[in-house]
Every structure is written in structure tokens, then in C-alpha cells.
Write a protein that binds this ligand. Structure first.
Ligand SMILES: Cc1ncc(COP(=O)(O)O)c(C=O)c1O
Length: 460
């Protein structure tokens, strides 16, 4: 098995940084200007996470390609961290949005598009009633309130190192003594998350059983496979146990499909035949136009109706002026009807499989202690010999130095992957040649790092 020569890794990274700076004078100038008016020179803190000294500034993003202000073209395998999983500005969404923008953006009145979207989501995710928000974060915040209200219970359950958006209750981890504590770096929590939350490890049925035992948990907020630290897939029996135990203890099951939508047209809910009480989703369903949604079962909606003291229609804490606006509804309708269709996954999933296989071959031929996982059209590599079974183990496998080198190597040669962990996402516009380019570059980056591992090819 190979071990990393850290000195070599730092030298290679320094070389890539030099190349990056030399190749991006216009982005550098814009970033210098931005530093005077935006914190850290970026409109949103996550954009400071890109591997170069500054993010590249975009001139144009279309399909699976981005062109930056210095004229470099990239194969985009980040796709707005899934917001553009359907490709950048799909023509059908552009037309629908252009038409709607001229007919009214937000009216505090519904359009027919919202019905079509709700019907389509109901069909895909198997929950009958839907509400709209502006983001997946908003959807999660709303359903936590609803779950607490209808169960009369205060605490929610999440997995250590989950991510569900900027949702206070979800910034909690389980410590080695089994107690719930605030996740490191949590900015200004209103209360100690231990008061609102119980954090357990994903894939641990004993911990789940114990946490639910006293019937005090309003809901489990769960990604069906964790995606925030690489992909952590569920053990074979996990979802069955999760559903059985939550039912037995009167705890609602909320499945967050925001990222796991990569699994197929109905996310993991459809692909794995899950039976949640509530589903939340956002990002890709509107091709990146601000949109989010949550779906509710018949039973949940019935219980909502019994809550005479809860003000769902005004200032009770669910909803927002722009939520469900006509523009987002038009974007969601076009995305679901014409972009992220069942047929599109027939193109993207096999390409993702090809990408995963190419990385598996590299791992094997170079004897790397790494692994690669796939969820539909999404692939992640991680620097541990085996795929992690929970968020804490996945978190321990993060190697920021290695991430920075590999990401920058790819970027300098025309391939973007997400700045957080190592997600590679395939859109309907991604081609086999794009996947082959990633393979060539990733192999070259690895071979520069481990020159002794390169197999000797027999002379012909
Ligand atoms: C699983 C999951 N849910 C919800 C969100 C929140 O999405 P947004 O930031 O668009 O509100 C994210 C964001 O990455 C996520 O990973």
C-alpha cells in the first residue's frame, strides 16, 4: 500500500498554485477588487473553499461547461454542488423562466405550474401533499417545526456529521462518551444543540433504538445515504430498522433527498422503496433557481388539521413571502418535465459508473489505500481503504492537503470538482469524453504523487 510523501505533496501543490495564479490574471484582479467590498472577497463564504488562492470568476456556464473570465473552459463536475445537476441553464428551463418572468414573478397567488410540480413530486416521492420553500434549508426548518408541533415532542434526531443546510438543530455530533454536543465551528447557536437534538451514528441500529426508547424524539431528520463527507451508504438492513423503530415509537421519519436525488428520478425514496412520513428537497429541482419543497403523508396532513392552535397560514414560523413564487414554479416544472427525467438518469448513471470503475482500476493498479463510492449519477473518492460506515469515520478520513492538490491539478487542466470533499457529479450534458478526461487527469495527478507506484508497461 502506498503512503503519501508529504514533502512531495506540498511541493506539487505549491507548483499547482503557481500555475493557477499565472493562468488566472483576470480572476485575480476581480478577487482583489472584491476583497474591498465582500467578506473574504466572496459573495458567500463557501466560495472561499475553492482550491486556488481565489475562486475563478465565471463568464458563462452552459450545459456541463464553464468558461471563466480568463477564457479557460472547464468540464464542470461540481455543477453548483448539485444545484445544477441537470446542467447549467438547460434550454427548456431558460425558455420557461423567460416566459414566466414576463408574466409575473411573485404574486402571493398560485399558478398552474405549482400543481404540476406537486403532482410530479407526489408521483416520484410517493407522498401526496407538497409545499414549497425557497431552499432545502427552508424546507428542513419548516418540517422540524411541523414535526415538533404535531408530536408535541421537543427534540429531533440527526446523524453525527450530517448536513441539512443551515439548520440549527443539525449542527450536533455524538461525542465518544455518547453525549450530543455542538459540532465544532458552530456559529452562534441560540441554545446548546444538546437541548434540541440527539445525535447518533448513521448505520448504528443499537444507538437508534436507545435514542428512540423514551418516546421523546419528534422526528428523525435523515439523508437516506449521507453525502456530506463523501457518500456513506446504508447497511442492508438499516432502512427497514429505521422505519420500524420510528413507527414503533411515534417518531416521524423525514428523508432529506436534496443530494440523494442523484440516485434517480425519485431519489432513494423511489430507488430503495422507502416509506417516509415527510420528504424534503431543493437545489436541483429548480435547476438552481431558488426552490425547495417538502412532501407530507396523508397522516401528517390529517394531524396538521387537528392543530387548531398552530398558525400555519400566517406568522406561525412556516412559509415565506417568496416561497412558492411563480418563477420558481416555472423552473421546477421545466426541470422535472424536461431535464431531470427518468431518461436523463439512463444517460448519467452509466457515465457515473464508468467514472467509478476508472477510479477503482487506478486504486487497484497503484495499490492505493483509497476507496470510491457511487450513488446514481454521483461518485466520490475518499482516502481510506474502505468506505466509511458513518459520518464520524468519514470525517476522520478527510485529507485537506490531498484534496487541495488533486482539486487544483484538475482545475488547472480544465476539470472542476466540488470544493468540498471529492464529489464528481454527472449531468445530462456530460459526455463520455468528459469522463475520460477526468480519468486521464486524475491518473496523471496520482502518478506524479506516487511515481514509484506507476505500473511498468511492457515494451511492445
Ligand atoms: C442534504 C442537504 N440538505 C439540505 C441542504 C441545504 O441546501 P440549501 O443550502 O440549498 O438550502 C444541503 C446543502 O448542501 C444538503 O446537503
Amino acid at each position: 500500500m502506498q503512503t503519501i510523501d508529504r514533502k512531495r505533496l506540498r511541493q506539487l501543490h505549491a507548483r499547482e498554485l503557481q500555475q493557477f495564479t499565472a493562468q488566472h490574471p483576470r480572476s485575480a484582479a476581480l478577487h482583489d477588487r472584491a476583497a474591498a467590498s465582500m467578506v473574504a472577497g466572496v459573495p458567500m463564504p463557501w466560495m472561499a473553499r475553492w482550491a486556488g488562492r481565489f475562486p475563478v470568476y465565471v463568464r458563462q456556464a452552459v450545459g456541463a461547461r464553464i468558461i471563466d473570465v480568463d477564457g479557460h473552459e472547464y468540464v464542470d463536475l461540481c455543477l453548483g454542488d448539485t444545484g445544477s445537476m441537470g446542467g447549467h441553464s438547460p434550454p427548456s428551463v431558460v425558455s420557461a423562466v423567460q416566459a414566466q418572468v414576463a408574466r409575473g414573478i411573485t404574486m402571493m397567488l398560485p399558478t398552474e405550474d405549482s400543481i404540476v410540480v406537486a403532482e410530479e413530486l407526489a408521483h416520484r416521492f410517493r407522498l401526496p401533499y407538497w409545499q414549497f420553500t425557497l431552499s432545502a434549508t427552508d424546507a428542513n426548518r419548516s418540517v422540524l417545526r411541523i414535526a415538533r408541533q404535531i408530536t408535541g415532542r421537543r427534540r429531533v434526531l440527526v446523524y453525527s456529521y450530517c448536513y441539512h443546510g443551515t439548520v440549527d438543530e443539525a449542527f450536533a455530533v455524538r461525542d465518544t462518551a455518547g453525549a450530543t454536543r455542538s459540532r465544532e465551528g458552530n456559529v452562534g447557536p441560540a441554545v446548546d444543540p444538546a437541548q434540541t437534538t440527539c445525535a447518533i451514528e448513521f448505520n448504528n441500529i443499537a444507538q437508534l433504538e436507545q435514542a428512540l426508547a423514551d418516546d421523546s424524539i419528534a422526528c428523525v431528520l435523515a439523508e437516506p445515504a449521507m453525502t456530506n463527507m463523501g457518500i456513506v451508504l446504508p447497511a442492508e438492513d438499516y432502512h427497514e430498522a429505521l422505519r420500524d423503530l420510528t413507527r414503533r415509537h411515534g417518531t416521524l421519519l423525514v428523508i432529506d433527498e436534496t443530494h440523494t436525488f442523484s440516485a434517480g428520478p425519485g431519489g432513494c425514496t423511489q430507488a430503495w422503496d422507502l416509506d417516509p412520513d415527510i420528504v424534503t428537497i431543493g437545489k436541483a429541482i429548480g435547476s438552481g433557481l431558488p426552490s425547495g419543497a417538502f412532501g407530507l403523508s396523508h397522516a401528517v396532513v390529517h394531524r396538521l388539521g387537528l392543530q387548531r392552535d398552530a398558525d400555519y397560514e400566517d406568522t406561525g414560523g412556516v412559509g415565506g413571502t417568496l416561497a412558492g413564487n411563480a418563477l420558481s414554479a416555472a423552473a421546477m416544472r421545466a426541470t422535472l418535465e424536461q431535464v431531470l427525467t427518468a431518461e436523463s438518469f439512463e444517460h448519467t448513471v452509466p457515465l457515473a459508473t464508468e467514472l467509478r470503475l476508472s477510479i477503482e482500476r487506478l486504486i487497484q493498479s497503484r495499490h492505493l489505500p483509497w476507496n470510491v463510492t457511487q450513488l446514481g449519477c454521483r461518485v466520490e473518492y475518499s482516502f481510506q481503504p474502505r468506505a466509511a460506515r458513518n459520518g464520524t469515520l468519514a470525517h476522520q478520513g478527510i485529507d485537506r492537503e490531498l484534496d487541495a492538490y488533486l482539486h487544483l491539478y484538475l482545475l488547472n487542466r480544465g476539470v472542476l470538482i466540488t470544493p468540498f470533499h471529492n464529489m464528481v457529479l454527472i449531468s445530462p450534458d456530460t459526455t463520455a469524453a468528459d469522463v475520460a478526461l477526468h480519468d486521464r487527469l486524475f491518473t496523471a495527478a496520482v502518478d506524479e504523487l506516487f511515481p514509484a507506484a506507476v505500473p511498468v508497461t511492457p515494451a511492445t
